[in-house]
Design a protein around this ligand. Structure first.
Ligand code: TYD
Length: 204
């Protein structure tokens, strides 16, 4: 019973924390640790590293859009080939921090036409379930600034638009299993909502 589950949301929406909680939940349900793969985009591969450098050196979100697009897509292809597809073949449950939805939202806000992004993602693996953790940038930026220096996309006005973009994902992908979760609530409540839906999907 392989499953591909994606977590999306603006920077600081709590994806990392919720993924850890979701993994704990699966272990408590008796799923073997070896059956769970936790992974993220950008990855730690060649293109993922390049994109992280670019995010740090260039904090203006309005420049380098084509370069960002090329790197994120190349990184995703490598991720699919090396990690995601082999894991699914081996009946794993994948918990993935960001996937194509981030490109559709962030890079279209950087000015790349949506049709161009669609073309690049034609035929690409569709997840079984996608969570969008929805939170206001005011809350998310408070969380981020506690832990690090801000990167290219981590500015309030930009993140407001990113949030709207994620909320519109159901219209962009009407045939996909997208679940929007209010992530401004207590972590225990967010966890409960995510895990219930996750379990429902795993039992299918
Ligand atoms: P992020 O998940 O914040 O990585 P980390 O928490 O490890 O720093 O991702 C880094 C940034 O990349 C984030 O601002 C969102 C952006 N991003 C895109 O613009 N497009 C994409 O396709 C992906 C995967 C991420």
């Amino acid at each position: 019973m392989s499953k591909f589950v994606v977590f999306e949301g603006i920077d600081g929406s709590g994806k990392g924390t919720i993924i850890k909680e979701a993994k704990k939940f699966l272990l408590e349900k008796g799923i073997q640790e070896e059956q769970i793969v936790v992974t993220a985009e950008p990855t730690n591969g060649f293109y993922g590293k390049k994109v992280r450098e670019l995010l740090k050196t260039n904090v203006n979100p309005n420049v380098n859009s084509q370069q960002f697009l090329d790197l994120y897509v190349a990184d995703r292809k490598e991720h699919l080939e090396k990690i995601l597809q082999p894991a699914l073949k081996n009946n794993k449950i994948i918990l993935c921090d960001r996937y194509k939805y981030s490109t559709f939202v962030y890079q279209s806000l950087q000015g790349i036409p949506i049709e161009k992004i669609k073309k690049l993602h034609e035929g690409m693996l569709v997840p079984d379930l996608i969570f969008i953790l929805d939170v206001s940038p005011t809350i998310s930026l408070k969380r981020i600034s506690r832990r690090q220096q801000l990167e290219a996309f981590e500015q309030q006005d930009f993140l407001e638009k990113v949030r709207e973009g994620f909320l519109a994902s159901k219209e962009t992908f009407p045939d996909e299993n997208i679940k929007i979760v209010d992530a401004s609530k207590e972590i225990s409540e967010v966890k409960k909502e995510v895990c219930e839906k996750l379990w429902e999907t795993l039992k299918d």
